[in-house]
Design a protein around this ligand. Structure first.
Ligand code: AMP
Ligand code: MG
Length: 480
């Protein structure tokens, strides 16, 4: 049997989606199959090799699938759209893994739906492979994320700003596709019954403990807040910039979702922005925790009626909840940075130690990943780390303080905390350019490297270095 489907969203949430078949791709071809993920999900790999091209492109649907496009709203760059929804995605169903865990299987780029508005419902090979390689990197880094089970080219040519490009569909796995924007959709329409139904469904699927709380809506909010705070703290640890933290791109499961114009920073720059459309820097690297707070406020707003029937009291309770975000984030972030600096336990001056390192990194525009990765060696020798800094004296002083704070045996811990390999922007671009022209080998090599982020540098130096200076400033475009 290929998939063990049990489609609870389609079955239990009538009115939350529209049934819609994916487009039939004219000439499907499997571009990538995530065999490790397939094995984890208990799927038959030979069968996926044979049918993946058809299934992942939407040319045919596997038995038991019940394709639907989900309704949602969302704040995009701060402005509210009451109706977004899956405009180019089809949820095929929910697959139950060998341990009984439930996973959405969704196609993206699989054709128009009633939510498409002006879009063509399609996706290009480049952006779909981009989602594949970056989400695999995130998974290997231990950061919660949706994952790509496979990518298929459709055999169609689609039109994009840069001209005609080959079309592709990605098949992705997610704990669910419930977004802040899903709640906002029903809140904006004043559909209180549906909102309550969505609350119950979300709690049942992701946070069953919240059902027992005095105010389940608040307990759900708190559980989502904790997952998101931890997620964004992890992003900040690896230098990840999501690029479009709209409320429709925030999954309540706490997974990184909707890889579009995202990128990893090379040199450390808090204001780093890559997306061509983010002109105000709303989603800049260091602004991500701020936007998280903003999005969580929109989430609380959408549930006010379920927090308390008395509006004033509901607002009071929501505000009290919102007041907890900052300290939860500060704590999560500091714990991530303690891990990255190899610090065990908690000491008063840890924040200072971390902040001083970040200031030195920012002042001297050093590479985020290489600097942190060099810490493991810097436990016993100076030069690898110091060589990254043009002015070495301030860094020497910092090293003395840091070593005094380090517990013994920090080296191994540091190696496991700081990757040598992240998907470097210039390598991602090179791999996608080649793949668009039909050569998958640079992509496959890059994919293999990002799947082993914590391995040694030796023998793969080219994957560990930042972009050469002639690569220029990096600009990303929305993944349409
Ligand atoms: P995203 O920026 O990918 O999160 O998408 C935001 C919204 O635009 C969602 O409602 C998508 O379904 C829709 N969308 C993005 N690209 C397309 C496209 N090519 N065709 C139709 N809808 C799209
Ligand atoms: Mg989206």
């Amino acid at each position: 049997m290929p998939f063990r489907f049990d489609n609870s969203y389609a079955r239990d949430l009538t009115g939350f989606y529209l049934r819609q078949m994916p487009d039939r791709a004219p000439n499907p071809r499997l571009l990538g199959l995530n065999e490790a993920l397939a094995a984890e999900l208990g799927l038959d790999i030979d069968q996926l090799r044979d049918h993946g091209g058809e299934w992942f492109s939407g040319a045919s649907v596997p038995s038991g699938a019940d394709p639907i496009a989900l309704a949602y709203a969302g704040h995009q760059f701060g402005g509210f759209s009451a109706q977004l929804g899956d405009g180019r995605a089809h949820l095929l169903g929910e697959h139950l893994g060998p341990d009984g865990r439930r996973w959405d299987l969704q196609l993206k780029g699989s054709g128009r739906t009633p939510f498409s508005r002006g879009g063509d419902g399609k996706a290009a090979v480049g952006p779909m492979l981009r989602e594949y390689v970056i989400s695999e990197a995130m998974a290997a880094l231990g950061i919660p994320t949706t994952r790509v089970l496979g990518v298929a080219s459709t055999g169609e040519t689609i039109m994009r700003d840069q001209g005609p490009v080959p079309g592709a569909v990605v098949a992705r796995i997610a704990a669910s596709h419930i977004r802040v924007g899903t709640f906002q959709f029903f809140a904006a329409r004043g559909e209180d019954d549906k909102l309550k139904q969505l609350l119950d469904y979300t709690i049942d699927r992701h946070f069953p403990d919240a059902a027992k709380a005095e105010v389940p809506a608040l307990a759900l909010w708190d559980a989502v807040m904790r997952r998101q705070v931890s997620l964004i703290a992890e992003w900040m640890g690896v230098g990840f910039v999501h690029g479009v933290m709209n409320t429709d791109n925030m999954a309540l499961s706490g997974e990184t979702i909707d890889y579009g114009p995202c990128a990893f920073i090379d040199t450390y720059e808090p204001g780093a922005v890559f997306s061509s459309i983010d002109r105000q820097g709303r989603y800049a690297f260091a602004n991500q925790p701020v936007i998280l707070g903003w999005n969580l406020a929109r989430f609380a707003e959408s549930m006010l009626g379920m927090i308390d029937p008395d509006q004033n009291r509901a607002v009071d309770l929501a505000n009290q909840a919102l007041d907890t975000i900052q300290s939860a984030y500060d704590e999560a972030w500091l714990n991530v940075m303690r891990r990255k600096l190899g610090l065990l336990g908690a000491q008063m001056d840890d924040v200072g130690l971390v902040q001083d390192l970040l200031s030195l990194m920012q002042d001297q525009a050093v590479d985020w990943t290489r600097t942190l990765q060099a810490l493991a060696g810097a436990v016993t020798e100076d030069h690898t780390l110091l060589n990254l800094f043009a002015q070495q004296n301030p860094m020497k002083h910092w090293l003395v303080r840091w070593r005094a704070r380090l517990a013994p045996d920090a080296t191994d811990r540091l190696r496991l905390a700081n990757p040598a390999v992240i998907p470097r922007n210039h390598l991602v671009e090179e791999a996608l350019r080649a793949a668009t022209l039909g050569d998958m080998s640079p992509f496959e090599k890059l994919l293999a490297q990002v799947r082993d982020p914590f391995g040694a540098t030796a023998g793969r130096e080219a994957y560990c270095l930042p972009a050469p200076s002639d690569f220029g400033p990096y600009v990303t475009y929305c993944g349409t």
